[in-house]
Design a binder for this molecule. Structure first.
Ligand SMILES: NC(=O)c1ccc[n+]([C@@H]2O[C@H](COP(=O)([O-])OP(=O)(O)OC[C@H]3O[C@@H](n4cnc5c(N)ncnc54)[C@H](O)[C@@H]3O)[C@@H](O)[C@H]2O)c1
Length: 331
C-alpha cells in the first residue's frame, strides 16, 4: 500500500450513516480500502452498499463488535477505525436498554482494546449531541465541546459511557483517538423508524404521521453528506485526543418537519396525528460547531430546504428499498 493509501475498518457500515460514509470515502479516495464489520441487526442493510458489488477495495464481514476474535480478524492490516456500530434508536432503548449497554459500551471497549493491541493510527468514534442532555425551549445557548455530559435516556447514557471510554484509552494508553458529537442526521438509506424517513414513508402511504406530545421538541438537522465530509476532515486533519461538535444549523420541531414533508408531497395536513410523548423526552438540542469551522474549515453546505427535498425525492424513487423494511418490521 502506498504511503498515502489507508485501509479503514468501518464498524456499523451497513447502517444509515456508515453506508453513506463508505460510499463517500471510496469515491473520494481511489486508493483507500474499506473493511465493513457489521452485525446486520434490524438496522443494518446490505442493500445500502449494493453499488459496491464489484468493488475490489471493499470487503464486508458479518460480525459483532462485541466478539473479540472477530474484531481482531477484521482489523488486520487497517490503519484507521471509524466506529459507527451502535444501537441507535432512543425509543428502543426505553423499551429494552440491555442491548444498548452491550453494543454501545462493551462493544466500544472491545474495539478500543483491539485497536490498542494492533497500534491503530486513529480510532474515530461517532457520537451524538444527546450526551449533553436537553436545552430549554427557546434558549439561545448551544452545546459545544466543553458542555458537561448529562445524558437522560438509556441510549444517550450508553453513548456517553462509550465517549468516556474512548477518552480513557487516550489518557491511559495514548491510543490515538478522536470523537465527534453530531446532531440528527437525515438523508438516503435511513431506517424508517427515525422521524424524517418515518414521516416521508408514512406520507407516501397516506397513513398518519405520529407527532410526539405537542410536537414542540426541537432537534438540529444535519444532512448526512455534510456529516461524512466532517468525519473525513477530522480523520485527515483533526487533532488526536480532540472532540468536534458537528451541527447542521437547522433547528426544527416535529410540527415543522411534518408540515414540510406533507407540503412537498402535496398530502393533507390532516395526516398529522399527536401521540403520547416519549418518556423523558428531551425538548431541545442545538449545536455550536465553531471549533470544527475555525480549525478545519468545515461548515454545513446543504441547507435544510435542499436536504429535505433531496431526501424526499430519494424515498419517492427508492420505494423497493423501504417498502420491504416497513413490511418486515412494522406489519
Ligand atoms: N442517525 C443519527 O441521527 C445520529 C446522530 C448522532 C449520532 N449517531 C451515531 O452514529 C452512529 C451511526 O448511526 P446510524 O443512524 O447510522 O445507525 P443505524 O442504526 O442506522 O446503524 C447502526 C449499524 O450498526 C450495526 N450494529 C449494531 N450493533 C452491532 C454490533 N454489535 N456489531 C456490529 N455492528 C452492529 C447495525 O447492523 C447497523 O448497520 C451511531 O453510533 C449513532 O449513535 C447517529
Amino acid at each position: 500500500m502506498s504511503k498515502k493509501s489507508k485501509k479503514i475498518l468501518v464498524t456499523g457500515g451497513a447502517g444509515f450513516i456508515g453506508s453513506n460514509f463508505i460510499l463517500y470515502m471510496l469515491k473520494k479516495y481511489p486508493s483507500y480500502q474499506i473493511v465493513n464489520l457489521d452485525k446486520l441487526t434490524y438496522a443494518g442493510n446490505i442493500a445500502n452498499l449494493a453499488l459496491l458489488k464489484n468493488e475490489p477495495r471493499y470487503k464486508f464481514i458479518k460480525g459483532d463488535i462485541c466478539a473479540y476474535k472477530t474484531v481482531k480478524e477484521a482489523i488486520c492490516g487497517c490503519n484507521w477505525v471509524v466506529n459507527f456500530a451502535a444501537e441507535s434508536h432512543v425509543d428502543r432503548s426505553i423499551n429494552g436498554p440491555a442491548i444498548f449497554i452491550k453494543t454501545n459500551i462493551v462493544g466500544t471497549q472491545i474495539l478500543l482494546d483491539v485497536a490498542k493491541k494492533e497500534n491503530i493510527e486513529r480510532f474515530h468514534h461517532i457520537s451524538t449531541d444527546e450526551v449533553f442532555g436537553a436545552l430549554p425551549l427557546n434558549c439561545k445557548v448551544k452545546f459545544c465541546e466543553n458542555t458537561c455530559y448529562n445524558p437522560r435516556s438509556p441510549y444517550s447514557a450508553s453513548k456517553a459511557s462509550s465517549d468516556h471510554l474512548v477518552r480513557a484509552y487516550f489518557e491511559t494508553y495514548q491510543l490515538s483517538v478522536s470523537i465527534s458529537n453530531c446532531s440528527n442526521n437525515y438523508g438516503p438509506y435511513q431506517f424508517p423508524e427515525k422521524i424524517i424517513p418515518l414521516f416521508i414513508t408514512n406520507a407516501l402511504q397516506n397513513i398518519p404521521l405520529p407527532i410526539y406530545g405537542r410536537g414542540r421538541a426541537v432537534r438540529d438537522y444535519l444532512y448526512v453528506a455534510d456529516h461524512c465530509r466532517a468525519i473525513d476532515l477530522i480523520l485527515h486533519r483533526g487533532e488526536v485526543g480532540e472532540t468536534y461538535c458537528i451541527g447542521g444549523d437547522a433547528e426544527k420541531n416535529g410540527i415543522e418537519i411534518a408540515n414540510t414533508i406533507l407540503g412537498q408531497l402535496k398530502k393533507p395536513l390532516s395526516l398529522k396525528t399527536f401521540v403520547a410523548d416519549r418518556p423523558g423526552h428531551d425538548m431541545h438540542y442545538a449545536i455550536n460547531h465553531n471549533k470544527i469551522t475555525t480549525e478545519l474549515k468545515w461548515q454545513p453546505k446543504v441547507s435544510f430546504g435542499d436536504g429535505i427535498s433531496r431526501t424526499i425525492e430519494w424515498y419517492r424513487k427508492n420505494q423497493h428499498w423501504w417498502r420491504k423494511l416497513v413490511k418486515n418490521n412494522f406489519n
